[in-house]
Design a protein around this ligand. Structure first.
Ligand SMILES: Cc1ncc(COP(=O)(O)O)c(C=O)c1O
Length: 335
């Protein structure tokens, strides 16, 4: 059987999740009449300590609506150079919202207030691009599932407030940060004006993310969502999967974290290489290792010429981890 460690997005809905989807009471969400969806949005907003939520089909759209709310065309948002919003959303902020980015380099995406302080330019006048917002990512995907340091986040929040800047959080895997640190979701989300969380990564739902913010901002995001063509009708079927995932698949993320640590250890990596469910490995020839492993039924992502990413999730068990170690270890030794 294939062991697919390319991403935590590859999971299939469980039979119980499918049953919840089949049972969902639905309506037309463009009219605001889908009860399951309305409940999901309210539940996620409450979990994250915000006034309102908006269901969107992807993490990318959750982020993009958040950024859209916090910056005007011609302004900039600052973020880490490896942030998903800057690197992997295909220029959406520029293409749709006229927003530019400037970025800092930080070790594995874990940002310090010095990183941010060095580049912000609030109210930059008629010569420079004005910074409108600071965006962080927790956990950090391309950093290898790293956790933002709460002490630094607090200092970044102070910096934002002192300079009149807004804050966006790409919390695609905020659930993992919550489980890894024991910090309540609402506390992790508290300082941010807009937060996007994904249901279709570690939580295992087939589709969907939720953007949370104030009631006013979410009303505005609802208009932009429709304008972008992502108004949905009987999407309660999808919301039911999300609600099931939140109820049953959050605490079990701890198992994914243990398995990622075992993977890192089994492959001779630094134990810090896997703080949550992502293992980042440096190898001589990432594409060659990924291709050779795939021939033996172990799928991993070559995200750079020398960088492999392995992600644990709902559909990989202990036996799969041991199989991946057995296949990858000799390949890494010769890569
Ligand atoms: C940190 C982060 N943010 C946002 C996204 C975008 O999610 P989606 O693929 O649902 O657009 C991803 C996807 O992997 C991600 O890892």
């Amino acid at each position: 059987m294939t062991v697919d460690l390319r991403s935590d997005t590859v999971t299939k809905p469980t039979p119980q999740m499918r049953a919840a989807m089949a049972d969902a009471e639905v309506g037309d969400d463009v009219y605001g009449e889908d009860p399951e969806l309305n409940t999901l949005e309210a539940e996620v907003a409450a979990l994250l300590g915000k006034q309102a939520g908006l269901f969107v089909p992807s993490g990318t759209l959750g982020n993009q609506l958040g950024l859209r709310l916090l910056a005007q065309p011609g302004q900039e948002i600052v973020c880490d150079v490896m942030a998903h919003i800057a690197r992997a959303e295909l220029g959406a902020a520029a293409a749709f919202s006229g927003i530019t980015f400037r970025t800092w380099h930080s070790a594995r995406g874990v940002t310090t207030h010095e990183d941010v302080a060095a580049i912000i330019a609030p109210n930059a006048g008629p010569y420079l691009v004005s910074t409108a917002a600071i965006a962080l990512e927790n956990t950090h995907n391309f950093g290898g599932g790293t956790l933002q340091d709460p002490v630094e986040v607090a200092k970044i929040v102070d910096l934002a407030r002192a300079n009149g800047l807004a804050l966006h959080l790409d919390g695609a895997r905020l659930w993992n940060a919550h489980v890894a640190t024991g910090t309540p979701l609402a506390e992790l989300a508290e300082p941010f004006d807009t937060v996007s969380v994904c249901l279709s990564k570690g939580l295992g739902a087939p589709v969907g993310s939720v953007l949370v913010s104030t009631r006013e901002k979410i009303a505005e995001a609802r208009v932009w969502r429709k304008r972008y063509g992502a108004g949905m009708r009987q999407a309660g079927i999808l919301a039911a999967a999300g609600r099931y995932a939140i109820k049953h698949h959050v605490e079990r993320l701890a198992d994914d974290h243990v398995r990622a640590a075992r993977l890192a250890e089994g492959l001779g990596a630094d134990p810090d290489a896997a703080p949550t469910n992502i293992v980042g490995l440096n190898v001589e020839d990432a594409a060659r290792v990924a291709a050779a492993a795939a021939e033996q039924g172990v799928l991993v992502s070559a995200l750079g010429p020398r960088f492999l990413r392995l992600v644990t999730h709902l559909d990989v068990d202990d036996a799969g981890i041991e199989r991946a170690i057995a296949v990858l270890r000799p390949l890494m030794a010769t890569a």
